[in-house]
Design a protein around this ligand. Structure first.
Ligand code: ASP
Length: 457
């Protein structure tokens, strides 16, 4: 059995839905189809999820929701019309949206999640309606009925362990093709909560792991994962195979093909993942697996992500002060901040975190607490950093990766502010100023993929 997931661009229009239907019908093993909400049809278009967020905001501020509601309904209406579906489905979707809007007093976060999730939910209903019209024995699946249980963290849900058993028991042997809406689940009390943005990938992975699928196919709009961002490097090589750990690192560091949290469920159950293109299903895609031959290509990709800040702290004899690190991190914890890296020296340490978490007020509060409570010699915050990452499990067995990378970066005139290599040696991270990020990626790509004539991945 295969579980396949289709992203927003794959379901953005009637044209795209036809391609998805053909893909589903081409293989009888494709038994469960997880769908996103209709995404962008062209560059300046708006995703249905974003239209729904605007609709929720409008409702919460007691604005006039008519126009915002019309925009959402019309996306489904256009698809239904072009697919020759009966008007019933548009009525079902409109009624559903109106009943969700009526729940606006349930609490802002609960209401926003309820509205956001309707994008996937109604897309699943529409798509199963369409498959039925083509004679396929397709059924919409309600995540509540099959027990997709999640934590009560609005917009940031995590799956609960019981969900796996529930989904197995209620879906594994069901007849027909099951159309499952991505992006949300229900708490034990029955409240709808969404995963983080892009979370339909997470649903697909959970479902694939739960039903013990032979393969989880994740359909998107590229033939495969590239070894570097094609907007930065010209014609980067395609990655044919990489491990879950490598994919997670690349996703984390800016590869937007796949949600970085989506791999964990599939990985834990050992379900292989194949990333494929809805617009070119014949292309073989990228396989994400547990083990691969690292000798052929020790490094799989170069990634980078901007939007980081550094909190620099210096205190003489920091290395001998028991509990210093704990107290420092406690200040961040009190503020609800998570950090990404923490490279340390003898008398100083830097905490690297995402800019999006820091407002000027939060920053000032942290700096003053560190000054007052930890008696440090210096503390200051620097902005505009990017993390550039070389990813590849083969680096564990290779000598000279850092030397090669730093030589290349020096040649390109990139000033390194931080180097960090996790103990698992899946990746090596370089902290650089944001303006240098693209230059650094191009240099590293050249060093590891072009000049070495690294074999095709
Ligand atoms: N529709 C949601 C979003 O735009 C989830 C997804 O597409 O995976 O984030």
């Amino acid at each position: 059995m295969k579980v396949c997931k289709f992203g927003g661009t794959s379901l953005a229009s009637a044209e795209q839905m036809k391609k998805v239907a053909n893909i589903v019908m081409a293989d009888t093993e494709r038994k469960i189809v997880v769908v996103s909400a209709p995404g962008k049809r062209f560059k300046e278009d708006t995703k249905v999820t974003d239209l729904l967020i605007s609709l929720a905001d409008e409702a919460l501020t007691n604005g006039d929701v008519d126009e915002a509601l019309r925009l959402v309904v019309s996306r489904y209406e256009q698809i239904a019309l072009a697919l020759n579906l009966s008007e019933d489905i548009v009525r079902i979707i409109t009624d559903d949206l109106e009943s969700r809007l009526a729940a606006k007093d349930e609490g802002d976060q609960e209401f926003t999640d309820l509205m956001k999730a309707s994008g996937e939910d109604n897309c699943a209903k529409l798509f199963s309606f369409y498959l039925q019209s083509l004679g396929v024995n397709a059924h919409y699946v309600d995540p509540k009925e099959v027990g997709l249980l999640v934590s009560k963290e609005y917009g940031n849900a995590q799956v609960l362990p019981e969900a796996y058993e529930n989904l197995y028991a209620r879906m594994r042997n069901k007849e027909g093709v099951l159309i499952f809406p991505g992006f949300f689940g229900y708490t034990e009390e029955g409240t709808l909560v969404t995963f983080p943005r892009g979370g339909s990938d997470i649903t697909g992975s959970i479902v694939a792991a739960a039903v013990e699928a032979e393969l989880y196919e994740n359909f998107t709009d590229v033939d495969s994962v590239f070894a570097a961002n094609p907007n930065v490097v010209q014609n980067p090589v395609e990655i044919k195979e990489l491990t879950y750990r490598e994919m997670r690192e690349l996703s984390y560091a800016g590869f937007s093909v796949f949600h970085d949290e989506a791999l964990i469920p599939a990985f834990k159950k050992g379900v292989p993942v194949c990333i494929k293109n809805t617009n070119n299903p014949a292309a073989r895609g990228t396989m994400v697996v547990n083990e691969r031959n690292f000798m052929i290509n020790p490094i799989v990709g170069i990634a980078s992500d901007t939007g980081f800040s550094t909190i620099y702290v210096r205190k003489y004899l920091m290395n001998r002060e028991i509990g210093f690190g704990r107290k420092l991190l406690e200040i961040l914890e009190d503020q609800g901040l998570s950090y990404e890296h923490m490279p340390s020296g003898i008398d100083d340490t830097s905490i690297i975190l995402r800019d999006s978490q820091l407002s000027p007020e939060i920053e000032a509060r942290i700096v003053s607490r560190i000054e007052n409570e930890l008696d440090v010699d210096d503390v200051h915050v620097e902005h505009d950093f990017a993390m550039v990452m070389i990813v590849g499990e083969g680096m564990k067995k290779m000598v000279g990766i850092t030397a090669k990378a730093t030589t290349g970066l020096a040649r390109a005139g990139v000033n390194l502010h931080m180097i960090n290599q996790g103990s698992s040696e899946v990746s090596m991270v370089f902290g650089v100023k944001s303006v240098d990020a693209d230059k650094a990626v191009r240099e590293l790509y050249n060093d590891f993929f072009v000049e070495t004539k690294s074999p095709v991945l």
